[in-house]
Design a protein. Sequence first.
Length: 358
Amino acid sequence: MSHSIDNDIRHTQQPIAISNWLYAVAFLVFIMVIVGGVTRLTESGLSITEWKPITGAIPPMSETVWESEFEKYKQIPEYLEINGPAGMTLEDFKFIYFWEWVHRFLGRLIGLAFALPLAWFAFKRAIPDGYGGRLTALLVLGGMQGVIGWWMVVSGLTERTDVSHFRLATHLLMAFLILAGLVWTALDLRQLASGQNQRSKLTAFGLIVFGILFIQLLFGAYTAGLNAGYVSNTWPLMNGTLIPTGLDWSDGVWTMLNNHPVVTHFIHRWWAWVTVGVLIVLARRVRGQSRSASIAIHSAFGIQILIGIATVMTSVNIYLAVGHQAVGALLVIATAWGVHLLGRYPSGVSDRKETITY
């Protein structure tokens, strides 16, 4: 009897402990997204021109090293064409270097915060059956994110004065994918601890929600990468018209959709309402299971819309723009929560009240 009780306690405690750890890592990823936004908006991303996964964790500790790093930066187009002619000083360089260093340092910290506890849980045989592969996949995605980050930086070191917006989008969307994966897995483990062994499934409607949100996030990343937020500071009209006019579509629709700042801005501001519509439906569907999730979804998209409009009307105020990216991450979390609820119970019991305490 005592042995059975001990097993039951471990069956509950171990998934809860792993779930809490995943939530902690998700919080670090959320902070990383915010710092990434600051790095982008302060044009800091190209300040560190080398990728040193180990030794790069230590920032310059002397003026000689600072001068050396500055000299390396002076060789790239961003300095030669923009910051050099503008009169950038060493102190100016230190500012942008700081934000890129913090961004990379957080990446290293997240890697350790995930890899070391994962190894510990594996060593203690505390990982529930069926979760080892998923946790390992999240670790691999985290490693890929570091590689993608450097791949993005490389695009701005030789021929361009900024990074490729395609690579920027890949980097940001990977961060959101990892964030959603962490939250989804943590919720599954919460379910396991409560005695419900069946994991949540991605429903058809959930896939639609994620697909529509993906398009919005993609064009949000394009907007950042193409500096498209600056093409208009009015809303709902763009420079006096509801639909932009005078555009040259001779390069083709696909090229315009993926490369033109005005088109990107237009799609991002109006696809947002398609996203809002599907999120309202999602929130209503899960309200019976978790009123908290429904409120979280409504709050996230409501605040995001308001901050997005304010960002446009202030010509991309840096504080509002960073807030827009931060709430975007919260929206991903809330959406993952809602979609997880949709696939949590079999058909016919979707109105079952949620029993887990968050």
